[in-house]
Design a protein around this ligand. Structure first.
Ligand SMILES: C[S@@+](CC[C@H](N)C(=O)[O-])C[C@H]1O[C@@H](n2cnc3c(N)ncnc32)[C@H](O)[C@@H]1O
Length: 246
């Protein structure tokens, strides 16, 4: 198994199609994260795009979560886990569910691996690459207990809104992978994105709001660096939590 690279090839047939929801960036890993990758990736990670670090698959080609986690438990998918603080904190407080964190930025993947090792967590696995590609190609319908999308890249310019992760077509895709009763939980510190999230989730015929409008901030979601940066700029944070009801 080879170590992942930030130069992973997007599956798009043509560049930028389907559009990326993340900023392609390269950043040096540093010694500690290189070590985390070297020692922990083979056991805890897989690549969405690189055949040298493949995901375990069932006979029909889907992600084999029992092989991945070594048990069968409700699965939470976190899209864009960033540095992984939220994943590690929430998974530690929720040992009866498994967490699959997907992040396109390699230093974030490596950072989360280090957090998992230091905390001794066994219910988290980490995928590197585009989470939407993973969901489209390998996550079966009605298989997820929850999906978390916390502080997705805001793409604030109107001409970039089509790159936003939370938009109607992606909501329909994600919702199709939730079990009936499963939840889609999004959070953002961009007011217009929060309004667009609420609108997109409200319009989905299979989802119902768990709150009256925006949801109260859940105590179990820690404040990450991204969120703190928004708070320091005076942004207001909004949570949107919908449940699949049919
Ligand atoms: C603003 S950061 C927030 C990170 C984290 N959720 C937090 O709250 O601190 C958004 C992250 O989502 C990742 N991302 C965006 N689109 C993605 C996708 N389609 N697949 C995987 N990661 C994605 C970006 O690389 C970035 O690290």
């Amino acid at each position: 198994m080879s170590l992942p690279s930030d130069a992973f090839r997007h599956v798009a047939a043509r560049p930028h199609e389907p559009l990326r929801t993340f900023h392609p960036r390269r950043a040096p890993l540093g010694r500690e994260r290189e070590d985390a990758l070297r020692f922990l990736w083979p056991r805890l990670g897989f690549s969405v795009h690189d055949a040298d670090s493949p995901m375990p698959r069932t006979a029909d080609g889907s992600l084999d979560v029992v092989a991945l986690f070594g048990r069968s438990a409700p699965l939470v998918l976190e899209i864009g886990s960033g540095m992984g603080e939220t994943t590690a904190t929430m998974a530690a407080a929720d040992p009866s569910r498994d967490y699959l964190a997907v992040e396109a930025h390699l230093p974030g993947v490596a950072n989360l691996l280090g957090l998992l090792d230091r905390a001794g967590l066994t219910n988290v696995r980490v995928a590197h690459g585009d989470a939407l590609d993973l969901v489209r190609t390998a996550v079966p319908e009605e298989s997820l207990d929850a999906i978390h999308v916390f502080f997705p890249d805001p793409w604030p310019k109107a001409r970039h809104h089509k790159r936003r992760l939370v938009q109607p077509s992606h909501v329909a895709l994600l919702r199709s992978r939730l079990r009936v009763g499963g939840t889609l939980h999004c959070a953002t510190d961009w007011v217009d994105y929060a309004d667009a999230m609420l609108e997109a989730l409200s319009a989905d015929p299979f989802l119902e709001n768990t709150a009256d409008g925006f949801a109260p901030r859940p105590a179990h979601r820690p404040v990450t660096k991204f969120e703190q940066r928004g708070l320091d700029l005076g942004h207001e944070v909004r949570d949107v939590v919908f449940r699949r009801f049919r």
